[in-house]
Design a protein around this ligand. Sequence first.
Ligand code: ARG
Length: 565
Amino acid sequence: MFTLKNTIAECVNAFLAENGGEAMDIQGLLETPADIKNGDISLPCFRFSKALRKAPPMIAAALKEKLEGAIPQVEKIDAVSGYLNFYLSPAFYTEALKGIASANDFGSSDIGKGKTVCLDFSSPNIAKRFHVGHLGTTAIGGCLKNLYDFCGYTTVGINHLGDWGTQFGKLIVAYKKWSSFERVKERGISELVDIYVRFSAEAEKDDSLNDEARAAFAKLESLDEEYISIWQSFKEISLKEYMKTYELLGIEFDSYNGESFYNDKMEAIVEELREKNLLVVDDGASIVRLDDYDMPPAIILKKDGSTLYATRDITAAVWRKNNYDFYKCIYVTSAGQSLHFAQYFKVLELMGYDWAKDLVHVPYGTMSVNGEKLASRTGNVILLDDLFAEAIAKAEKIIEEKNSDLKDKHGTAVAVGVGAIVFGALSNGRIKDTNFVWEEALSFEGNTGPYVQYTYARAASILRKAEGEQGGFDGYTPQSEEIALTKLLCTFPDKVLLALSDHEPCVIARYALDLCAAYNLFYHNCTILKAEGEARAFRLQLTAIVKHVLGKCLDLLGMKRTEEI
Ligand code: ARG
């Protein structure tokens, strides 16, 4: 498609030059008509009017005359109301399919060669359970990492664990008062959550507990051996649980440098801010004023001298730049943190770091449960463990009913159950707020992950049945379903680039759904295994390509391929 558009662009530019116009970005003007009656590619001629001093319909007519017969892949050209519509020949699609079949990893590219992208995602606060609110950052971040990898970038997945801050002072006090190493070991994060909740309740009645917590955090900050070892065990226990979820999702990180990692690196940054005259003392706290940018000040040090989330983020950005020399550093969090990122990106810019422009916040909409805000404290929360367990159990039940002879029943149920949840998290525009509804999350019908996995398995099964047969494109003229499918296949590389530039996994999710719909239509209308000769070879080859591209979509989305369902 790219070369064809390029050829069209060259011909149109030659025409403009001959008629006293200047060369333009014609490729950027080319459209895909919504209705195939209007051709496969369309060029609006309105932009040329001024330079050529002619009405668009006249220009379109003149272009038609000039281009007709000049491009071998174009069968027919129409000039309609100022548009030039190109109809491609079936042979073009056969050629395109050959190109896709012989491509080395179709859809991938090397636009990112030599560039490193840091992706900061998931990043839960330790000692808290993983809940549906974390699904967005984890699934979106994982998908973006796959997309960057697919486009040739070197990626660094960073889990910026929330493992530092005053809450650990509270947790240590609570642990010493009401818990023990054995209990934490036995009950894991649940124990940590319970004692934290108890601390909050008791501190409401007795404020001195808060003083104790502050003192405990100060002790932790000064690296007291006993406190560090308690904190370390909280971290290990939390990570052990998180790892189970990451394994289920097939997500790996290159770094688990969380907030605590920057503990001994913040002083230098605070000093730098001071030297650059950016720090102002306000009511005892050290802040960077951002009034000129219509933002509240960024607080760098609290009254008692302790550091904050933003202090650690500023420090982390500088450290990452020095260590990875990133081309972009991407942060995936809920839109609730947009101000935080805008503030500290600005602080880094004011510090004189021109690479502050390469920091990108990728926000996603907030999730509610039962129409209300997620809140661990009141219990209005759905834990990811529970969600996955339910989805897997449901998949297991369906498989048992429909295909009890399946070889790997459990493995398939895990792939489908988790796939349903991940696809659900990625298939809407990421900025949209969502309300969690159990029935929707567990739905396997309609435009869902299992539908994509099922279609993939259908293609795989057809190919298994025809194993050893030679596919091929020659000697056959594709029919409308086959052309529609081919057109869609041709757009895959563009979709990958769009998903990447917009940081929108839903582009891939929706594309996968479209591809499934087109493939299923083809499957129903054109017999594959009952066909013979060249038609059979063509359809098998087309099926192989669809399987390949759908498989890539599943990989990119972070879902498992299901060869058999
Ligand atoms: N721990 C934070 C949270 O759970 C997210 C961290 C995002 N990354 C960052 N560098 N601030 O909300």
